[in-house]
Design a protein around this ligand. Structure first.
Ligand SMILES: [Zn+2]
Length: 81
């Protein structure tokens, strides 16, 4: 049995498609090659997102370390006055 990949439009044997219980014919719409490609690009997207989140967390920590003493100082000044 052959199936056309929705992504690359190549007609391949169903063995080249991953199984998918939700689709009509029981196979994925994308061939294994496309799925692998998708996973790789998604992995990069996810890892770059994680990297940026980690970066934000680090910079936030640095900012907090610098801002908190200032806030504490301002609090002391305003309450003692
Ligand atoms: Zn494909």
């Amino acid at each position: 049995m052959e199936k056309k990949c929705k992504k690359c439009n190549a007609v391949k044997d169903v063995s080249e498609f991953g199984k998918h219980s939700y689709s009509k014919d029981g196979f994925r719409y994308q061939c294994k090659v496309c799925l692998k490609q998708y996973r790789i690009s998604n992995k990069e997207k996810i890892s770059s997102l994680v990297r940026s989140l980690l970066y934000l967390r680090i910079t936030k920590n640095i900012a907090m370390k610098k801002i908190l003493p200032l806030l504490a100082l301002m609090f002391i000044i305003t309450t003692s006055a």
